[in-house]
Design a protein around this ligand. Structure first.
Ligand code: PLP
Length: 323
């Protein structure tokens, strides 16, 4: 397979960081707190855990970082289309309103109607289609209406924007031994891993975490190429049908390993975090679930950073989680 991302450099990622930092979208340098500050005890080997609170990010997830860089690098007043049922769609809609660009989000008809309503409230059009028809709907918009497609995880500008989280992480915890990041299509993991490794953190082990029912990056590592599968998980943000081609290239270069967790472990992590006063959605809790359930090897006595990637969860959804 051709090397898709040989051109990635520290300078390019730093430039994107500057774009994200100064973005008119108001991207937040989110807090990093030591787990001990929560006063909750965690089972397992004693280690020095820090959590990065992207659940407190503008629009409720890290996605706004990549979106800020994507929009800054596209012509103003463009007409964009994307495919998303969740956090990317929300950030895309928020940015479209700000940049006064026309936008459309193609969404699976199984997504909650409240999601469509929220996205439409930013002035962005929503087209609800059957799952299998999403790509066709996007292609129609590109070919017949001349819209530009923005990908929600397989896009270098987006990944470079996500890398800003890696740089911020190093400002707060300069020498992490281990960094744990959840993985859907792999954009976040790829961006954070590239920022750390290109900044010289050769000794830092970076782990990706996927639900066992939606483990496209895990399978891609096994098959040595980006692959897809029928995915199913309570963490819908971690369950796109394919691993991204660019994220795969970067992850196989910079990521130590991909570990798997179950949906039950994710649910219990959501509850534990809630008990610590942190509202985190299932996708956003996956990295924490991996640490809490002993999936990350050799962490005793180590400095471990865990990213909580999003907090978009409704009160109605929370009732399904264990006490
Ligand atoms: C909260 C949250 N975390 C993680 C992810 C996964 O991101 P990526 O597709 O870049 O791996 C998503 C994707 O929607 C998400 O919403």
């Amino acid at each position: 397979m051709a090397d898709l991302c040989g051109g990635i450099t520290l300078e390019m990622l730093k430039e994107a960081w500057e774009t994200v930092r100064s973005s008119p979208l108001g991207v937040i340098n989110t807090p990093m707190i030591p787990w001990s500050q929560t006063t909750l005890q965690l089972d397992g080997p004693a280690c020095n855990i820090h959590i990065k609170l992207e659940n407190m990010q503008r629009t409720g997830s890290f996605k706004i970082r990549g979106v800020a860089n994507q929009f800054a690098r596209r012509p103003a007043g463009g007409h964009f289309v994307t495919m998303s049922a969740g956090n990317y769609g929300k950030s895309f809609a928020f940015a479209s309103k700000h940049y006064k660009s026309k936008g459309k989000v193609v969404m699976p008809e199984t997504a909650p109607v409240s999601r469509s309503v929220l996205i439409q409230s930013f002035g962005v059009e929503v087209e609800r289609v059957p799952n299998s028809g999403m790509m066709d709907a996007v292609n129609r918009c590109v070919q017949e209406e001349n819209m530009t497609f923005l990908h929600s995880y397989d896009d270098m500008d987006l990944i470079a924007g996500h890398a800003s989280l890696g740089f911020e992480l190093l400002e707060a915890v300069p020498r992490p031994d281990v960094v744990v990041v959840c993985c859907g299509g792999g954009g976040l993991l790829a961006g954070v891993a590239a920022a750390l490794k290109l900044s010289g953190c050769q000794g830092t082990r970076i782990y990706g975490v996927e639900p066992d029912g939606a483990c496209t990056m895990f399978k891609s590592f096994m098959e040595k190429k980006p692959v897809g599968m029928d995915t199913k998980s309570i963490a819908s943000g971690l369950a796109p049908p394919f691993a991204g081609a660019l994220p795969y290239e970067l992850c196989q270069r910079y990521v130590e390993d991909i570990v798997l967790i179950t949906d039950e472990e994710i649910k219990s992590a959501v509850s534990t975090l809630y008990g610590a006063g942190l509202l985190v959605e299932p996708s956003g809790s996956a990295a924490f679930a991996a640490v809490a359930n002993g999936r990350i090897p050799d962490i005793a006595g180590k400095t471990v950073v865990v990213i909580l990637s999003g907090g978009n969860i409704g009160k109605d959804e929370l009732v399904h989680f264990p006490d």
